[in-house]
Design a protein around this ligand. Sequence first.
Ligand code: E4P
Length: 220
Amino acid sequence: MKFFLDTANIAEIEEAASWGVLAGVTTNPSLYAREGGNLADFHDHIVRICEIADGPVSAETVTLTRDEIVAEGVELAALHENVVVKVPTMPEGLAATRMLAEKGIRVNMTLCFTVPQALLAARSGAAYVSPFIGRFDDISEDGIEHLGSVIAALSNYDFGHDVEVIAASVRHPQHVVASALLGADIATVPFGVLEKCVKHPLTDRGLEAFLADWEKVKNS
Ligand code: E4P
């Protein structure tokens, strides 16, 4: 499973990239707003992320009709070769995804919650399908069970193009574990979750003991 960072924070992206584990980035309007982003700087911000992340960078459309989404998508895709256009799962989004795919533009179909939505996203030509986990948990449903259903259903078919499943709305390392066990291609995680994934108290304790023993070796 590959790791994407789910953020628009430049410092977090630089840090994860420096670890050598960053395969891509997903952003959304809320994540950009959280960074205090304004409209005038949006395209530059996406380009900056693309220059740091050596992989697909999802930039989301914010319009509601197919023609508007396609126009936005074409503009976003022209910013950098790493840009993947993120389109919400809805009828106009499916139509726009088909049109963007026919232009050779990669689409990440987002806000995907169900198996039929995922199948339709894949059929529309989306290169990535993003089932959300945490938002199901928020309404007392099992997000991981839904993710498992999406992965199982998509694996039954050949869509005539590559479709990768991005486990999205990841809230904690257990979501990462479950996503990997289910065979998700990618997990897009907030930086805090990535940090939690690498840390373990037994690792800290073991390292402390090794370093203490090495001091004894050095002083012997
Ligand atoms: C996916 O690409 C979305 O940006 C993201 O995972 C949404 O997660 P949230 O439910 O934590 O907002």
